[in-house]
Design a protein around this ligand. Structure first.
Ligand SMILES: Cc1cc2nc3c(=O)[nH]c(=O)nc-3n(C[C@H](O)[C@H](O)[C@H](O)COP(=O)(O)O)c2cc1C
Length: 215
């Protein structure tokens, strides 16, 4: 029986799952090879299995195929990235300038992710006191998508260096859709077990003990 088929997972699967977590990367360097639609669909189908407050499933995926909105996203990224650079000085600024923070030109698939803030699904359960849990639910789905893609050899890059209003306007989404992420998806140009920002000396991972507290 396949691992997980009876709700139980083998030691081998657990080891492989940890490897998947280790090898998931934020990807900015993509091959331009297309990804077939069935693969994209299967990745999105896995993401649909994510948890959501009240089972509201508030994520909305917009696959951006047209050149016009893609151009708007590139423009807003360029603007925001230049603004972000202005926030650094000296060596940090030099380093920031050398980072590649988006694979917009090469990634064959672009998906903008939104949260439907006024969704009726879930009947408001769990979000009356913490409305932000709707957006948190969308983030869990992106996490699942990231892993599901990587398991299939597909890389995902999360872009947040954009103006949400510009993206919403370019994609003409309903007024209650909140922009959460712009994802570049494609086959990675390289595989790496270490985050790119660590490899380039921007920010390494730190000791998990510093983030664990007992009260
Ligand atoms: C909410 C969020 C927003 C992010 N935005 C960007 C971004 O705009 N550009 C970028 O290059 N990486 C972005 N990243 C990716 C992080 O830089 C990356 O996850 C981190 O450096 C660790 O690397 P890893 O994902 O390869 O482990 C984002 C990640 C998250 C979770």
């Amino acid at each position: 029986m396949a691992s997980g088929a009876d709700g139980q997972f083998s030691e081998d699967f657990i080891e492989e799952f940890d490897e998947l977590l280790r090898w998931r990367r934020d990807v900015r360097h993509f091959k331009t090879d297309p990804i077939d639609e069935a693969t994209v669909e299967s990745i999105l189908r896995s993401a649909e299995l994510s948890p959501s407050v009240g089972n509201s499933q508030p994520w909305r995926w917009v696959e951006v195929r047209s050149p016009e909105p893609r151009a708007v996203v590139k423009e807003t990224f360029a603007r925001c990235n230049a603004d972000a650079l202005n926030g650094y000085r000296g060596e940090r600024a030099q380093k920031y300038l050398s980072l590649k923070l988006a694979g917009l030109d090469e990634a064959p698939v672009h998906i903008a992710v939104f949260c439907e803030d006024e969704t009726l699904q879930g009947h408001g359960l769990g979000r009356a006191t913490m409305p932000e849990t709707l957006a948190y639910s969308v983030v869990t789905a992106i996490g699942s998508l990231w892993l599901s893609a990587r398991a299939r050899g597909v890389g995902v890059g999360w872009i947040s260096i954009v103006e949400p209003e510009a993206v919403c306007q370019a994609l003409d989404v309903p007024a209650d859709w909140r922009f959460v992420a712009y994802l570049c998806i494609g086959y990675p140009a390289e595989l790496a077990a270490i985050p790119e920002l660590q490899r380039t000396g921007w920010q390494a991972r730190t000791d998990p003990k510093a983030r664990y507290f007992v009260r």
